[in-house]
Design a binder for this molecule. Structure first.
Ligand code: PLP
Length: 422
């Protein structure tokens, strides 16, 4: 661990912002998500400094990475906007105090009620992905007597070289419009009464660990932007999406300063408002999932640590084969090669498979690192497991920002029809 880490050992106990995680686990139970708020703030500051040369930058935090109202609020207080992909995320962003003029709305399948809600809120820009969506949005906007700001999401057909489930910028992915069709669609947008086309958008994937795919995609965006301008079309905004990777175990993602240089080299001279949509990079490393060891067992020479967090709390290992760091809250024990598995009835229910992990005993506490993004936000109630609580540590104090669900919460909306109860 380095000084840039959100979690550090104080003597031999893992802590965030000076607070010991074992004390938080005792107070709030396990599994428990802990977020180091100071780390999130520091990341936003570093991102802004990296883009200092951009005359007009909007950091639109990608809410889906970690939609906690407190996390959104923390970022919004420091000037961030929000990138939302649903009406639900739009509501969250607005409730957390993100001004509508700092909200961009992305997503392949926006429903009309979601478009209408965003129009009524007066958001900055819709990142549109299809001609039919342009038409629907124009109709809804015109009926309200407004013009919707629109960026066309182009699919630059670049290989993000990341897990194929989180690559979004290849020709074969569902995302965006093929870049060859972008000029025609942009012209079409400019001809529609309810739209004010403002620029282009591209997001090529997530957890990118090299700059080349970004450079390739941004080169295409630049060429398109210049061509649109040459045709006299309005263009004052370019949205470069998110996707900058983080270090979970031994990845070597580019430094944010190098990422910013790549973006500015491609687009910095176009005199447009730049929008970046980081999610993971802002919050992933600030989060830990604290879990307690229930049992240790050996099956035919293979060792398993059975813990109280599972794939419903952290889906990334099962979904993407993701590798997360795993440490003991109390440092100093030995290590052992084992699978760390949850209590769910699925073979895919593992947090770590076949790696060196702390040689823990039942009752010991462990922390899965890198759990600030796409962890709680992807959590489910599978196996009727209530979702875990979230704690935000900020300025040396711990705040419960989401209470643990109860089984009554899970059952509250269910009904057994009378005909079955007679
Ligand atoms: C998910 C997403 C992001 C954020 O991606 P990260 O890899 O978390 O930075 C940004 N923009 C869009 C459109 C997305 O779908």
């Amino acid at each position: 661990m380095t000084s840039d880490d959100a979690f550090e050992y104080a003597n031999d106990d893992l802590a965030a912002g000076g607070l010991r995680l074992d004390a938080l686990a005792r107070a709030h139970g396990t599994p428990l998500y802990v977020y180091a708020g100071d780390h999130v703030r520091a990341r936003l500051g570093r991102l802004r400094r990296a883009f200092a040369a951009a005359p007009d930058l909007l950091v639109a935090y990608s809410v889906k990475a970690n939609p906690s109202l407190a996390v959104i609020r923390l970022l919004a207080r420091d000037g961030a906007g929000a990138d939302v992909v649903s009406g639900g995320e739009l509501t969250r962003a607005l409730r957390a105090g993100v001004p509508a003029e700092r909200v961009v709305f992305s997503g392949t399948g926006k429903r009309e009620d979601e478009l209408a809600a965003a129009l009524d809120a007066g958001i900055l820009c819709f990142n549109v992905e299809a001609e039919a969506e342009l038409e629907a949005l124009s109709r809804l906007a015109a009926a309200r007597g407004v013009r919707a700001g629109v960026a066309l999401r182009v699919n630059p057909d670049t290989d993000a070289r990341t897990h194929h489930y989180i690559a979004t910028g290849k020709r074969v992915n569902k995302f965006g419009v093929p870049w060859e069709q972008a000029p025609d669609l942009y012209r079409r947008a400019a001809s529609l009464p309810g739209l004010a086309p403002r620029g282009l958008d591209c997001h090529i994937g997530s957890q990118l660990t090299s700059l080349e795919p970004f450079a390739e995609a941004l080169g295409r965006v630049r060429d398109l932007a210049l061509a649109l301008r040459k045709d006299g079309l309005p263009l004052d905004l370019l949205d470069v999406g998110g996707g900058l990777g983080v270090r979970y175990t031994d990845e070597r993602p580019p430094a944010v300063e190098d990422y910013a240089r790549t973006v500015l080299e491609a687009l910095g001279d176009l005199g447009v408002r730049l929008v970046v949509e980081p999610g993971r990079w802002l919050v992933a490393e600030a989060g830990a999932l604290v879990t307690r060891v229930l049992y240790v067992k050996e099956n035919r020479g293979k060792r398993f640590l059975v813990v109280d967090a599972g794939m419903n709390d952290l889906m990334r290992p099962a979904l993407y084969g993701a590798q997360h760091g795993l440490v003991a809250l109390r440092r100093g024990g030995g290590s052992v090669v084992a699978d760390v598995v949850g209590p769910l009835c699925e073979t895919g229910d593992f947090l770590v498979a076949g790696r060196e992990v702390p040689d823990a005993r039942p009752g010991d506490l462990l922390a899965v690192l890198g759990a600030g993004a796409y962890a709680r936000s992807m959590a489910s109630n599978y196996n009727s497991r209530p979702r875990a609580a979230e704690v935000l540590v900020l300025d040396g104090a711990a705040h419960l920002v989401q209470a643990r669900e109860t089984i009554d919460d899970l059952l509250a909306r269910e009904r057994v029809p009378d005909c079955l109860t007679g």
